[in-house]
Write a protein that binds this ligand. Structure first.
Ligand code: TXA
Ligand code: MG
Length: 314
């Protein structure tokens, strides 16, 4: 068995798998997660090894509501409450000092833990049935494109992994990761924009990709297809000429390409289809993927971040 539709029976089966130290994949509103019991070291090791993920790259622990966050941190203060009231359930992950009983293995050996409350009934039903926090990185092999459908997950991990199908992820890119360990700092941009966070807690800093060391998963090449990815301006796209490449376009028209994918014009819709399009472009087996740069405006920030990582050199 691999992909299953969510119902009482399959949710119970998935929760039982987690209770017995196993791993299951499940839908969230951002991307699919590869989940295990936060408090079970062996299960944590299994997730790292299935993904081929470096051991120092910490995982996000998923919770059902704010009361569960207190199972993971003793520092759930006024600021956290205001943020969670505003954005949970939803794509905002908060990094806080971890409680002593949270295994360091679940946090990449750090003293901090990343906590997120997903806004998808499949993830919520699984959490409710299991009854404990679920650590879950994106359900892809380390460095590859995150999955936004159940099929993406089973394509990578095969028939043995139980995948709770929740349809296509509506957000399509990962949550915003905000550290509250000292001055509020965005470690990874995502669907929750900085200005919305600032409206709730005042100024936040954003780490640039280059200065980024606090969130190992956000450095270097990431979200990357096997084909070489280049980013081009609209003008460059209009004269682009490569019969063995795929072009992913917004408003430009390549002079020649093997395949052309037309992307939605609005950033949210663009984000929702980006990873699916990248996977399709990659499985077409082309040697190069040329992506037309979206506008350099704030509302495209999270998409720009993913595009620059997926085009970073090998
Ligand atoms: O939307 C999402 O966040 C998805 C869904 C499944 O919830 N999850 C996800 O997990 O994207 P992952 O493991 O692919 O990315 C987690 C990011 C990484 O950049 C990791 O370094 C960072 O969160 N992170 C996790 N714990 C951290 C910590 N204690 N300190 C700093 N960064 C942390
Ligand atoms: Mg990931």
């Amino acid at each position: 068995m691999t992909i299953v539709l969510p119902n009482k029976k399959s949710i119970k089966l998935a929760a039982d798998t987690l209770s017995s130290g196993g791993v299951v994949a499940f839908a969230t509103e951002t991307v699919y997660g590869l989940g295990c019991d936060t408090f079970n070291n062996e299960a944590i090791h299994q997730v790292y090894s299935m993904k081929g993920r470096p051991k120092d790259n910490p995982m996000i622990s998923h919770v059902l509501d704010q009361s569960w966050a207190k199972k993971l941190t003793n520092e759930w203060d006024e600021k956290c409450i205001r943020l969670a009231d505003a954005f949970w359930p939803g794509p905002l992950t908060l990094v806080l000092p971890k409680r002593i009983d949270v295994p360091p293995e679940a946090c990449g050996g750090r003293e901090t833990v990343a906590i997120r409350c997903p806004n998808h009934t499949v993830a919520q039903e699984l959490l409710r049935s299991f009854g404990h926090p679920i650590s879950a990185p994106s359900a892809n092999k380390s460095g590859y494109i995150s999955p936004t459908t159940a099929k993406h997950v089973s394509d990578e991990f095969g028939e043995d992994l139980l995948v709770l199908d929740g349809g296509s992820c509506v957000d399509g890119i990962e949550s915003t990761v905000l550290s509250l360990v000292s001055t509020p700092t965005i470690l990874r941009p995502g669907t929750t924009p900085p200005h919305a966070i600032e409206e709730i807690i005042g100024p936040v800093t954003e780490l640039t990709q280059k200065s980024q060391t606090d969130s190992p998963g956000t450095t270097a090449r990431h979200y990357a297809p096997r084909a070489r990815v280049i980013l081009v301006s609209t003008n460059e796209m209009n004269v682009f000429h490569n019969d063995s490449a795929t072009a992913i376009v917004l408003s430009g028209t390549p002079s020649s390409a093997k395949f052309v994918f037309q992307m939605p014009k609005l950033p949210r819709e663009y984000a929702a289809s980006l990873y699916r399009v990248l996977r399709e472009a990659d499985s077409a087996g082309v040697s190069q993927i040329a992506i037309e740069q979206p506008p350099q405006t704030n509302d495209w920030h999270a998409v720009q971040d993913r595009l620059s990582r997926c085009s970073a050199s090998h």
